[in-house]
Design a protein around this ligand. Structure first.
Ligand code: UDP
Length: 141
């Protein structure tokens, strides 16, 4: 099986809790490699564009406000089955429903402030990686 790539964002709540390293350690322990990473402050336009698929949802404005409330740590993860593996490590969107031992169960406070984002399919992974890391191929290892 060939290695797959996915986009991970450690959201402002988890960055503020100073648990970037603990979250990245979970990716690494599961066999995922960080092949690109950047800490950044999203602009409102960035966040609206990134979450455009949710623009008609009632939570859209709160989601954008939250995503620009502080810096985020964005990474490309690579490994076998990286997309599903990352989703499993993250746990359910609502941390109250997330399985014990998942990132959201352990580090998130609410469905709004839920610690991490992860691509949900190969097509979205490709778009999301291109959004944050144009020219990613040079960093593969
Ligand atoms: N979200 C929210 N309220 C909801 C549903 C979603 O605030 O009722 C936010 C939440 O931060 C979630 C993001 O919108 O992570 C994207 O939603 P999605 O359904 O794609 O969940 P995910 O793929 O992040 O688990």
């Amino acid at each position: 099986m060939s290695a797959e790539r996915t986009l991970s964002i450690i959201k402002p709540d988890a960055v503020a809790k100073n648990v970037i390293g603990q979250i990245v350690a979970r990716f690494e322990s599961a066999g995922l490699k960080v092949i690109a990473a950047r800490m950044m402050q999203l602009s409102r336009a960035d966040a609206e564009r990134f979450y455009a698929v949710h623009s008609a949802r009632p939570f859209f404005k709160d989601l954008v406000d939250f995503m620009i409330s502080g810096p985020v740590f964005v990474q490309v993860l690579e490994g076998e089955g990286a997309i599903l593996k990352n989703r499993d490590l993250m746990g359910a969107t609502d941390p109250k429903k997330a399985e014990k031992g998942t990132i959201r169960a352990d580090f998130a406070d609410s469905i709004d402030a839920n610690a991490v984002h992860g691509s949900d399919a190969p097509e979205t992974a490709a778009v999301e990686i291109g959004f944050f890391f144009p020219g990613i191929n040079v960093h593969s290892r």
